[in-house]
Design a protein around this ligand. Structure first.
Ligand SMILES: NC(=O)c1ccc[n+]([C@@H]2O[C@H](COP(=O)([O-])OP(=O)(O)OC[C@H]3O[C@@H](n4cnc5c(N)ncnc54)[C@H](O)[C@@H]3O)[C@@H](O)[C@H]2O)c1
Ligand SMILES: Nc1ncnc2c1ncn2[C@@H]1O[C@H](COP(=O)(O)OP(=O)(O)OP(=O)(O)O)[C@@H](O)[C@H]1O
Length: 282
């Protein structure tokens, strides 16, 4: 189990669920952050592949933390909503016992979500890999200056954007930073990459939805400090001449599927898509 350790209610729920699971003969471990708050055995980050299920108690940020811990192993994840927005979390505390019973009795299906791999290249050598469920972002590190980002897709130089940054999002990430930057919303079942500039200083910039197999190369053309990040959680500083290659990852995030049409329901409920200023009368 992984929890948002800033939320006592999430920790309390995790303790209750641990008791419930143990009473049914299951072993329960918690990540090292959670272990500072509860008396449960701790699992090392390298051991997340040994779990049958990872339950994340928190919002999207906590779920993403669990995703990064499970990325190498494909361990199924169930996000329990103790957050603000919780767009990707699949269930609320109220329904958790019935979700866990379904999982333990083999009645749950798993939804595999595409991930990204960003390779940081320096002088022709790979110096780092970052994986992401939502997006990879290359953006300016200082507030005052605009930067120019060159984008190449499958070997074709596409354009150079004068902008604050470039987002390469997955369909899951299309409802996150990409949405705020004016990009489109994609059903997470679609296989595609979304390329969106952040605050581009041009009238001819439109988001591109590219084939999932595309290779996108991002390069900073202007002077200034730039940062590469994955899901807002891991960050690397670029040096001049660095290149970032973004592709679909061979890893997948496996989410326990709780509610059919979860994405369409959350579009209505959380993104207020179903709100109509003229009501239902038309
Ligand atoms: N201006 C922006 O919209 C902006 C800026 C930075 C980061 N982000 C997003 O924050 C994400 C990390 O989330 P966090 O909770 O750790 O940071 P955070 O606390 O900064 O939260 C950002 C918000 O994005 C929501 N969010 C995250 N993933 C989502 C998804 N797939 N669909 C819909 N909403 C989603 C979260 O619920 C939260 O409300 C990054 O992957 C990035 O997409 C957004
Ligand atoms: N134990 C922890 N260690 C480090 N960071 C944590 C920990 N618990 C929570 N966080 C971070 O705190 C932030 C807030 O958590 P989370 O996203 O789960 O809640 P939220 O912001 O209320 O919900 P939402 O993301 O759904 O709006 C996230 O960036 C998350 O990764």
């Amino acid at each position: 189990m992984v929890t948002n350790t800033y939320r006592p209610d999430a920790i309390e729920a995790a303790v209750g669920v641990a008791k419930w699971l143990r009473a049914r003969g299951n072993d329960v471990w918690v990540d090292s952050d959670t272990a500072r708050h509860v008396e449960l055995p701790v699992v090392r980050n390298s051991e997340f592949g040994e779990a049958d299920l990872v339950v994340a108690f928190g919002g999207d940020g906590t779920l993403i933390r669990a995703v990064h811990l499970c990325a190498d192993f494909g361990t199924p994840i169930l996000g329990v909503y103790f957050g603000r927005f919780g767009f990707v979390t699949q269930c609320t505390h109220e329904y958790l016992e019935s979700c866990l019973t379904d999982f333990l009795e083999g009645r749950c299906s798993i939804e595999s979500r595409m991930m990204l791999d960003a390779e940081l290249m320096r002088a022709g050598q790979t110096v780092a890999h970052l994986s992401a469920l939502n997006e990879t972002v290359l953006q300016r590190a200082v507030v005052a200056r605009m930067m120019t980002f060159q984008v190449t897709v499958d070997g074709h130089v596409l354009t150079s954007y004068p902008a604050d940054g470039i987002i390469v999002a997955t369909p899951t990430g299309s409802t996150a930073y990409n949405l705020s930057a004016g990009g489109p919303i994609l059903d997470p079942k679609v296989h595609a990459l979304v390329l969106t500039a952040i605050a581009p200083h041009t009238l001819n910039s439109r988001t591109l939805v590219l084939a999932a197999e595309s290779e996108i190369v991002l390069k900073v053309q202007s002077h200034g400090d730039a940062v590469l990040s994955a899901d807002g959680q891991t960050r690397l500083h670029l040096l001049s001449g660095d290149e970032v290659r973004v592709r679909k990852s061979t890893r997948m995030t496996n989410l326990v599927s709780v509610q059919k049409d979860d994405f369409l329901i959350k579009l209505g409920q959380r993104l207020l898509w179903s709100y109509s200023p003229v009501g239902d009368s038309l």
